[in-house]
Write a protein that binds this ligand. Structure first.
Ligand code: SAM
Ligand code: ZN
Length: 275
């Protein structure tokens, strides 16, 4: 009889692990486990997304460029950049003259993004590995924040949405996504009405939800208010030192060094700042 109980327990543990890893993508296991999982999935990630990525220019880059018309050198946060699909789509457009901070918790995903973007718009995308919120930037640091296919990976969407609103300047653009009912992942899906009211509660207006692909709708919104474009041209102009909170960086060999307190953030061979 004991062996029956043993097998039943193993089956239950297996089911729970499978659900935590493949359904929830590590969301309840903490950022280190999430990073470890995505590091493992990184090389194969694009294979599963090819079909939707073929429309990135039309569905992501063009609407974002339209929304940023009048901002000559947009400063963009590509939060959870993954393999860099949004950064790639934007920098592939000759009229894009801005600068992108591509952030992710997985170094493996960032390495794929860096390889994809190598040689394209040299120096206009910088990579930052960061494993937790809050975001290491002052209020109103960016003209646009993009966060695609990631909100469902937080235990609650409240915290990331509040952070996106904080680091966007008034009048700045949010480009994000909503998991669809069609995805079959009901436990993660917010209805259009609930998603819209979540954004509005965080100070976004003009929320536009459009069909994108089977698993996600595309969402564009504007942070209420108006302000001048940000005009930053590099990560070093926006990144707060994790030790002294100052923004005074100098480039040192293989590192960014804080001139305020001397703290160094390693920079990998692929140019990823380990923040
Ligand atoms: C489904 S992928 C989406 C990647 C990309 N945005 C795209 O649309 O292809 C989710 C990404 O979110 C990243 N991620 C998950 N939680 C994160 C967090 N708290 N901070 C930063 N990145 C996170 C993962 O490492 C992964 O690269
Ligand atoms: Zn410092």
């Amino acid at each position: 009889m004991n062996w029956v109980i043993g097998i039943a327990l193993l089956a239950i543990v297996g089911y729970l692990l499978d659900r935590e890893i493949y359904f929830y993508e590590g969301v309840h296991l903490g950022p280190r486990v999430q990073a470890w999982l995505y590091d493992r999935w990184a090389r194969k990630y694009d294979e599963g997304k090819r079909e939707s990525q073929q429309r990135d220019d039309e569905m992501l880059a063009q609407p974002l460029l339209d929304a940023l018309r009048g901002v000559p050198t947009p400063f963009v946060l590509d939060f959870a950049t993954g393999t860099g699909r949004l950064s790639y789509a934007l920098t592939s457009r000759p009229e894009f003259n801005g600068h992108i901070v591509a952030l992710d918790l997985s170094q493996g995903m960032l390495e794929q993004a860096a390889a994809k973007l190598a040689g394209l718009a040299e120096g206009c995308v910088e990579f930052l590995r960061r494993q937790s919120l809050p975001l290491p930037f002052p209020d109103a640091s960016f003209d646009a924040v993009c966060a695609l296919e990631v909100l469902e990976l937080f235990p609650s969407m409240e915290e990331p949405l509040a952070e996106f609103a904080r680091v966007l300047r008034p009048g700045g653009i949010l480009l994000t996504s909503r998991g669809t009912e069609e995805s079959g992942r009901r436990a993660k899906v917010k209805s259009e009405a609930v998603f819209r009211s979540l954004l509005e509660a965080k100070g976004f207006e003009n929320v536009q939800i459009a069909k994108w692909w089977k698993l996600f709708d595309r969402v564009l919104a504007v942070k209420a208010g108006r302000s001048e474009p940000v005009k930053h041209r590099s990560l070093a102009e926006a990144l707060k030192c994790p030790a002294c909170r100052e923004i005074r960086w100098e480039a040192a060999p293989g590192a960014l060094r804080c001139e305020g307190c001397g703290k160094s953030l390693p920079v990998t061979e692929q140019g990823i700042v380990l923040g």
